[in-house]
Design a protein around this ligand. Sequence first.
Ligand code: ADP
Length: 621
Amino acid sequence: MKILAAQPIRRQVLVSACLLLLPIVIGAAWSANRTRLERRAEVQAEAASITATSVAYFDRYLHGLDSMASVLVRHPAVIALNREECNRLFAGVLRDQPLVLNVVLRAPDGTLQGSGLQARDVVSQSVTVPYVQQVVASGQPVVSDLIIGPVSHKPTVVLAYPVRAAGGSIVGVLDFGIDLSQLQTLFGSLPLAEGSVITLTDRRGLVLARSREADRFIGTTMAAAAPTEPGATPRASAGKDIDGVDRLFASAVVGRGAWVMTVGIPRSVVEARLWPLWQRDLAISAIAVLVPLFFWLWMGGRLSRQLNHLRGAAQRIAQGDLSPPARVAEVLNRELGDLQDAFVSMAQNLAHTREALDRQVEQERKMRETLESLQRQVVRQERLAAVGVLVSGVAHELNNPLQAILGASELLERRRDLSSEALLDIAFVKTQSARAREIIRNLARFSSQQAGPPTSVDLRDVIAEVVQLRRANLAAADIVLDVQASSTRNVYANFTELEQVVLNFVINAQQAIQAAGSPQGRMVIRLSDVGQRVRLEVVDNGPGVSPANEPKLFQPFFTTKPVGEGTGLGLSVSYGIVESYGGAIGYHGNESGGATFFFELPATDSQRQTAPQVRTAVTAR
Ligand code: ADP
């Protein structure tokens, strides 16, 4: 299993399928071999059975010949060695016995005394015939070796019998020559498998008859199986036949003739009979192996595809894409379905968690920026406070000499001895000193640290102060300022704070006009009554505010100005001031395309006599 651990699923399936299928393959091979051995044994049994049957029939036939011979040897014509009579008699026998080549009668000295076949060229004189001598010597029937028939001139083996006279002496030898070629025809007619052969040999292995290619092999020696006893079960063997063909043999002894009959069936018959069985076995094994293999591979492929899908989704998640993976419609099994569901919900949870984290990080970033801005603001405020202290000190110090200059100028004015030119100069010194005193007073008031308690304020005074402060600057920027004050009602607030709000409106308007590069810069400060409120508007013909920026105008630190120019605090501080006095502050575009910033405060005659709200430095919206 360790081998499989690091492999892809398809290979795992393949390897485990091979491991599981190995026993099937081994079993199929074992079965094929068993079948081969069984078929071989079957063919050998078939050969043995044919051998046993053939031997039994042949043996019986030879015994039949023995019986016939025992009748013939008692025939008077035979005992009398009457040639004419014998020839006729034997010819009749030959007609009835197709397997007998010839019936011959010889005198004990070997001379031919009668023949079933017509004996033309046979010399009627004494010849040495070995089997005749054996019969005469033993007085018993004898079976000859393979000889060439003296009359038929064909190869034959002879069954020889003694012919006795009435006294028992041997007067002749009767022999039956077996027609080997007929025997071969008989063998050939037996229903044997293609290529099979029946061979008859004598005990020395000399071929007497053969069902195939007899002419070629009769008289040659065949390495026959070791002879068995007559009537014993045929002996099986295998090997090359004399014609070179591989055969399975069964041999048995023909008892009467003392010959060996061998039936040989070619080995190829075994293979030919095996082949259909092997084909069937092969087909079954192939189906048994391939069907599960393909099924497992198919399952493995689907499983692998679905796991790859999940792996791809996991990799996407690892790379930061938390979108939930697409669901596979047809999952392989319930476990994979559950895994997919768990995976999808895990991805969704991760996405939600990351969104929450992103939100938190964003909030923390904004808080950090706010904190840093507030820190900068505090530093700036402290610096402004220091400047304020300095300015009020300088103003106080300058005020005394200016008072002295003014006092001295007035005293000089009263002198009678001065020329009109000198009086004019003194008047100029007086007005300029008065102007300087006024500027110093404003500076001292504006830089004051404490806004001081609210009082009833005339907004026209506030406007005058602001105009006084910005007049020269606006003129330098070629901006025409128009003041339209139709309200005479007071509001309840701190003068300096309202001055800060209006000054901020005016500076913003001037910067917007200048940034847009408008040739005809125009600004109107309008004061009017709106019901129980007094409304102050600063109208300009600058570029106005884009709709996208409108909602952010009064947020702290919102600015569109370059770094160093804008802090984004002016409007938010103004918002806080106006709100703290129960007023409203706002913006709208105007017909010239520019901006109108305004605030409204309750008029003092309509104001509730309640204490003003506590104001915070920055009021977030
Ligand atoms: P700052 O002037 O430091 O930018 P403010 O709070 O006074 O801060 O103004 C915020 C922003 O409002 C400005 O940066 C500008 O974009 C816009 N704004 C204010 N007044 C005007 C105006 N009159 N015309 C066009 N835009 C304006």
